[in-house]
Write a protein that binds this ligand. Structure first.
Ligand code: PBG
Length: 329
C-alpha cells in the first residue's frame, strides 16, 4: 500500500459534497419555501393611503381601498397568509376599536377576502393598538388586569372571525386568553377557526419599530408584567404547554433571532406546528445596515430565515416575505 493511498483513506473529505452549486443543492438539509411564509400588513383609515413606515423602510400602512391590490400581489407571489394589524380612527380606555364589527381590521378582513378569497387572513388579537394607554389589556390604576381583559380579547376574536378571518392569533399575553377565545369562538359558531397563539412572546426591544408602525407604544411603564422575561426558556415551555392545553392549534415564538434555542425547544417538545415571528427590529436592523452598504441584504435575509427554519420553525412570519417569495419562485 503506497503512502499516498494510506493517507487518502484516513482523510475524510466532506468538501466533496460542497464542490458545486448543483451538489450543494442536492445535499442541502434545510430548504426554504414560500409555503412557510406569512406577511404582516398594517391598515389605517382613510383613502388612497400607501405610506411608508419610517422605522421600517419598504413596509407601508394601507387604507382599505388599496388592500385588494396588495392582496393580489401577495397572492401572485404565492404567499399563503397575511397577518393584519390595525390603526383605529380613535383610541379609548377599553380598546373598543378592537372589537367593533366595523373596526379597521374587520373592514380589512372583508376587503381582502373579497378580493382574494383563497389567501389566509390571520387576525392579530390584542388591545395595544386600540387603547389610549397603549397596554395590551384593561388597566386599573397602573396595573394591567388579566381577567377583565379576557372578555375584550374574546370579543375581538369573535368579531374578526365574523368578518371572515381564517386564523385567530392572540398576542396580548394574558393568562387564559387562548381558553377564553376558544370558548367564545366555539359558542359563536366558529369552532373551525384555528388559533395561532403567540405563546412564548418575550418583552423585547426588538418590537421598537413596530410600535411606531402601529402607534402602539405604552404611554406609561412597559410590558414586562405580561410579556416574558428574555432570559427564561423553561418558562417558555410552560407558556406553550398551557396554550396547547387551552386549545392552541399553532404555537408561536417571538422574536425569532435571539430566541432560536426557544424555537428548537418548542419543536422538540410539541407536535403542534411551530411559528416564529421575525419581528420589526430584526427587519429594520438589516434594512439600515444594507442601506449603508455594510451587508448584502439578499444573502443576509436568506441566511437569517434559513436559521429560523433550521432551528425548527414550520412557519415564519416576516416582513421580508415578499422579497423572499420573489427569489424562491
Ligand atoms: C401586539 C403586537 C406587537 C407585535 C406583534 N403584535 C407589539 C408588542 O407586543 O409590543 C410586534 C411585532 C413586531 O415587532 O414586528 N401586542
Amino acid at each position: 500500500m503506497s503512502k499516498l493511498r494510506g493517507r487518502s483513506q484516513v482523510i475524510r473529505r466532506p468538501r466533496r459534497l460542497r464542490s458545486s452549486e448543483a451538489m450543494r443543492r442536492l445535499v442541502r438539509e434545510t430548504r426554504l419555501s414560500v409555503d412557510q411564509l406569512v406577511y404582516p400588513i398594517f391598515v389605517k383609515p382613510g383613502q388612497r393611503i400607501h405610506e411608508e413606515i419610517t422605522s421600517m423602510p419598504g413596509q407601508y400602512r394601507f387604507s382599505i381601498d388599496l388592500l385588494a391590490n396588495e392582496a393580489n400581489e401577495i397572492a401572485e407571489l404565492k404567499i399563503p397568509a397575511v397577518l393584519l394589524f390595525g390603526l383605529p380612527e380613535e383610541k379609548d380606555e377599553l380598546g373598543s376599536g378592537a372589537y367593533d364589527d366595523h373596526g379597521i381590521v374587520q373592514q380589512a378582513v372583508r376587503a381582502i377576502k373579497k378580493a382574494v378569497p383563497d389567501i389566509l387572513v390571520v387576525g392579530d388579537v390584542c388591545l395595544c393598538e386600540y387603547t389610549d394607554h397603549g397596554h395590551c389589556g384593561v388597566i386599573r390604576g397602573e396595573s394591567v388586569e388579566n381577567d377583565e381583559s379576557l372578555e375584550m380579547l374574546a370579543r375581538t376574536a369573535v368579531s374578526q372571525a365574523a368578518a371572515g378571518a381564517d386564523v385567530i392569533a392572540p398576542s396580548a399575553m394574558m393568562d387564559g386568553q387562548v381558553a377564553a377565545i376558544r370558548e367564545a369562538l366555539d359558542e359563536e359558531g366558529f369552532s373551525k377557526i384555528p388559533i395561532m397563539s403567540y405563546a412564548a412572546k418575550y418583552a423585547s426591544a426588538f418590537y421598537g419599530p413596530f410600535r411606531e408602525a402601529a402607534d402602539s407604544a405604552p404611554q406609561f411603564g412597559d410590558r414586562k408584567s405580561y410579556q416574558m422575561d428574555s432570559p427564561n426558556i423553561r418558562e417558555a415551555i410552560k407558556e406553550m404547554e398551557l396554550d396547547a392545553e387551552e386549545g392552541a392549534d399553532i404555537l408561536m415564538v417571538k422574536p425569532a433571532l435571539a430566541y432560536l434555542d426557544v424555537i428548537q425547544a418548542a419543536r422538540e417538545s410539541f407536535e403542534l406546528p411551530i411559528a416564529a415571528y421575525n419581528v420589526s427590529g430584526e427587519y429594520s436592523m438589516v434594512k439600515a445596515a444594507a442601506r449603508n452598504g455594510w451587508i448584502d441584504e439578499e444573502r443576509i435575509v436568506r441566511e437569517m430565515v434559513t436559521g429560523i427554519v433550521r432551528a425548527g420553525a414550520d412557519i415564519v412570519i416576516t416582513y421580508f416575505a415578499k422579497d423572499l417569495a420573489r427569489k424562491l419562485k
